[in-house]
Write a protein that binds this ligand. Structure first.
Ligand code: FAD
Length: 530
């Protein structure tokens, strides 16, 4: 019997951050884990986020203190475990007296009752209080605290309209969301999990106390797997899996809320983000992105069908442009938008009236009417590791021998160095491989951390990295991504394992894809011959 014919302990549906985070945690506890992802890892929501490890300052207005506290504590745990793909960022929050609350938040309702003359405006003292909580709720050790900025004579004020004279500055962290997923999957596989990409779960049935799961791969080949427990981490498709693939009786449902981002050429010269508050009570971020760009988002719009691929509509694009133009001195227009992306938040349907107000907290529901299934609703990139721990607590009921928590403090592949040593790692890499430009060395350490050395190996010149595909992408890196990070197409590489798609032309991407398909076919033929 091959390993994939054995009855496994956990079968996970979905290779987003939640599925891959659970796979890693469970494999590390000694469980026999199999994961099926119907497309590429992180091909859905987990590559379309704002990419922040954050507590979520705005959720304080919804009194989501548990969520904010857990996420704030988690920020630094995650930063330490992945100082390559995550880093601290400062957020500048310009203050103006006309800034308003979203009307329906619990905080705005209280303020409207006790201070009706504010007419929905956010007073400065309340923002300062929120930031005080944000600084102190979550055991901050690495990240610097809130400070005040005089925008009249600072680089942070230079790109903004003159009416903004004062700002608060606070800390959160950036994370490369889709690389986070790939590295969790890689680590899960290193710990024994079987990761099946481009493999869709089409049906699952309880047969006694075992699940029989049918999958279909890209070539249309079907296969039956047996598992003791099923984990439904299908993100936007969590309801589709419950209702259409498994047919269990559940009243729980998911609320799909689309969020879009636009990318423009770099709009300002410093490395801080802006937290802009709108007159509609919403907020958006403006974030330095991929060295030469600025990322602006996000929107909140209900989305009805997970199979309808989310895209940034013209209305969403214009909303973000107008929002940002309320702040920037030099207005931007649709012509400045070089790229956009959109994702669907799979939120737990808590009956909230507006998409903005729907809870970002996660909910785990077990159905144990026969072999158990755990359905996962909601969550954030920031809380994925904690969500995995909570999921494993539920799993432990059925596998009492399972090991205990272990992921806090254990680095992801390539992340075994101190947060403060990042620049040193870049200069060490550039010294070991003097043929790399400083920008190339920096990108490789950001992507692979200490694994960059394993990837480049004994190369002594750029020629040793193999064919060149544009930007600073060489065959050696592509082979690494195929072998260690489950990449199969050019899109997997240029939009998820990296963002080199911003720098490569369509022809270069097509040439890369052709080269990859030839390589993969040759590998398949070799496997068949052996
Ligand atoms: C616009 C936006 C901004 C956000 N910003 C942030 C942020 O800054 N910080 C933060 O912490 N969080 C943020 N989030 C939230 C975060 O991105 C999500 O909570 C998280 O990515 C959800 O991960 P997931 O694994 O549940 O879902 P997904 O990433 O969608 O993964 C589910 C996977 O299941 C697969 N699948 C579905 N059905 C099947 C099937 N039948 N067989 C096999 N595979 C299947 C899908 O292909 C998909 O890859 C944001 C979300 C959005 C939309």
């Amino acid at each position: 019997m091959s390993p994939s014919d054995e009855t496994c302990d956990l079968f996970i549906i979905g290779g987003g951050i939640n599925g891959c985070g659970i796979a890693r945690d469970a494999a590390g506890r000694g469980l026999n884990v199999r994961l099926a992802e119907m497309s590429d890892l992180a091909s859905a929501t987990s590559s379309a986020s704002t990419k922040l490890f954050h507590g979520g300052l705005r959720y304080l207005e919804y009194f989501e203190v548990r969520l904010v506290r857990e996420a704030l504590i988690e920020r630094e745990t995650l930063l330490r475990a992945m100082p390559h793909i995550s880093w601290p960022m400062r957020f500048v929050l310009p203050y103006h007296k006309d800034m308003r609350f979203e009307g329906s938040t619990p905080a705005s309702k209280i303020l409207n009752t006790v201070m009706p003359w504010m007419r929905g405006r956010r007073p400065a003292w309340l923002i300062r209080f929120g930031l005080f909580l944000y600084d102190n709720l979550g055991g901050r050790k690495i990240l610097p605290p809130t400070s005040t900025v005089d925008l009249r004579n600072s680089p942070e004020g230079a790109p903004l309209n003159d009416k903004f004279t004062k700002a608060y500055e606070y800390s959160d962290c950036w994370v490369e969301d889709s690389r986070l997923v790939a590295l969790n999957a890689r680590d899960a596989a290193l710990r024994g999990a079987q990761i099946m990409i481009r493999t869709k779960v089409t049906n699952a049935e309880r047969v006694g106390d075992i699940w029989e799961i049918t999958t279909e791969d890209y070539a249309g080949a079907t296969k039956t797997h047996r598992a003791r427990m099923l984990i439904n981490a299908a993100g936007p498709w969590v309801g589709d899996v419950i209702h259409n693939k498994i047919g269990v009786d559940s009243t729980e449902d998911v609320r799909l809320v689309r969020g879009s981002h636009i990318v423009t050429p770099k709009l300002y010269d410093h490395d801080k983000c802006y937290f802009f508050q709108g007159t509609d009570g919403r907020i958006i971020f403006s974030i330095p992105y991929e060295n030469d760009f600025t990322l602006i988002g996000t929107t909140d719009a209900d989305h009805s069908d997970p199979d309808q691929r989310p895209t940034c509509t013209e209305a969403e694009r214009d909303y973000l442009i107008n929002f940002a133009n309320g702040y920037f001195k030099t207005p931007i227009s649709a012509d400045d938008v070089v790229w956009s992306y959109s994702g669907v938040r799979p939120l737990y349907d808590d009956g909230a009236t507006s998409a903005t107000a729907a809870t970002r907290d996660y909910t785990l529901k077990v159905d144990a009417d026969g072999a158990p299934i755990l359905n996962i609703f909601g969550g954030k990139i920031t809380t994925y590791r904690r969500l995995a721990e909570s999921a494993l607590e539920k799993v432990q009921t059925y596998f009492p021998e399972t090991g205990s928590k272990w992921t806090a403090g254990v680095p992801l592949p390539g992340g075994d160095f101190e947060v403060a040593d990042f620049d040193k790692k870049v200069s060490d890499l550039a010294t070991t491989y003097p043929f790399l430009t400083p920008a190339h060395a920096r990108r490789l350490v950001r992507a692979y951390g200490t694994d960059a050395v394993k990837m480049i190996g004994d190369a002594t010149s750029l020629d040793d990295l193999g064919p060149h595909f544009g930007a600073d992408l060489y065959a050696k890196e592509i082979s690494w991504l195929i072998t260690h990070e489950f990449a199969r197409t050019a899109e997997d590489i240029v939009w998820r394992r990296s963002k080199l798609g911003l720098r490569l032309s369509p022809d270069e991407i097509a040439a890369l894809d052709a080269w990859m398909q030839t390589l993969l076919r040759a590998q398949t033929n070799d496997d068949t011959a052996n």
